[in-house]
Design a protein around this ligand. Structure first.
Ligand code: BV8
Ligand code: ZN
Length: 251
């Protein structure tokens, strides 16, 4: 059995699982945006100017050196202005149209806003979004897109420091978003996990929650991950190719 025969068989098995599932939950990570040109966290060693992401994306780092943290985020926001969704994002929009919004829940760990840009509705952004800022004083949230911000942007209402509206390490995820993601993982028959190393919790825990509640788990990734040993079907390849192929086989 040579390579692409097994891929074809696995794609057919995955398509059959998707076709028969009443409810589908999809969870994506940085890998789905890699083909849009956005660096993943652990692919490039997760480093930015020599800093580990876990060092910069924390409340402590922001308290210690807010302009360093803003330089990190402004660089990513500026880069975001130059990228667009890829066929993987668009395939998930097609899947949502095929299943209907009440039968699919799209959960993402990404903060790049590319699922919404592609047209996905009701995206659960577990870790927030680079396109929004939040006031560290009065808590106001503003959509600022990728417009360039000063190194130390301040709130127009209370003059306190603004921060990116993302969930940093050692911060709790937004309660309402987490609850919806958890209940989607509990009640789905198919959990499709795309482009994540399954290292970051509590997001990665959704994979095992779904499996333990009887869902079939399909993984799309270019490499093996922490979760690969626990999935029902593992589709090895770039999501920009695999996802459109998978959706096509659902016809
Ligand atoms: C919290 C926003 C407690 C910021 C991010 C157990 C329980 C709870 C917490 C923990 C726990 N164990 C450890 C923790 C602490 C920590 C954690 O998980 N640490 C890890 C490093 C071990 N978790 C937390 O701190 C969380 N907070 O639980 O607080 C608490 C609870 C209550 C009250 C108060 C406090 C918060 C976690 C969120 C952190 N914020 N991002 C920002 O982005 O700047 S996480 C960051 O990593 C990104 O959001 C990213 O999405 C996420 C996960 O990374 P991946 O998306 O998987 O990306 P990665 O590069 O790792 O992998 C890419 C994959 O794609 C690879 O597998 C690659 O093979 C694949 N790929 C590449 N190209 C392609 C591809 N696949 C397909 N096609 C391709 N073309
Ligand atoms: Zn304010």
């Amino acid at each position: 059995m040579h390579q692409n025969e097994t891929i074809a068989d696995d794609l057919d098995r995955a398509a059959a699982i998707l076709r028969t599932a009443r409810n589908v939950a999809v969870m994506t990570g940085a890998g789905i945006s890699a083909e849009s040109g956005l660096a993943t966290f652990r692919g490039a060693g997760g480093l930015w100017e020599g800093h580990a992401v876990e060092e910069v994306a924390t409340p402590q780092a922001f308290r210690r050196d807010p302009s360093l943290v803003w330089r990190f985020y402004n660089a990513r926001r500026a880069n975001l202005a130059t990228v667009k969704p890829n066929p993987g994002h668009h395939a998930l929009v097609t899947l949502e149209k095929r299943l209907g919004e009440d039968r699919i829940t799209l959960i993402t760990q990404n903060v790049d806003g590319l699922h919404k840009a592609a047209g996905s509705r009701g995206v659960l952004e577990l870790h927030g979004s680079l396109l929004r800022v939040r006031c560290s004083g009065c808590g106001r949230i503003e959509e600022r897109g990728t417009e360039s911000l000063p190194d130390l942007p301040r709130c127009s209402e209370c003059q306190e420091l603004l921060r990116p509206d993302v969930v940093w390490f050692h911060e709790a995820l937004p309660e309402d978003v987490w609850q919806k993601a958890e209940s989607a993982a509990r009640s789905c028959q198919c959990f499709l996990v795309v482009g994540t190393s399954a290292i970051v919790y509590p997001a990665a825990g959704l994979i095992y929650l779904a499996r333990d509640r009887g869902a079939k788990v399909i993984e799309i990734n270019i490499a093996a991950t922490e979760a690969s040993g626990e999935v029902d079907v593992s589709l090895r390849g770039p999501s920009g190719t695999i996802l459109p192929e998978l959706i096509k086989r659902m016809e």
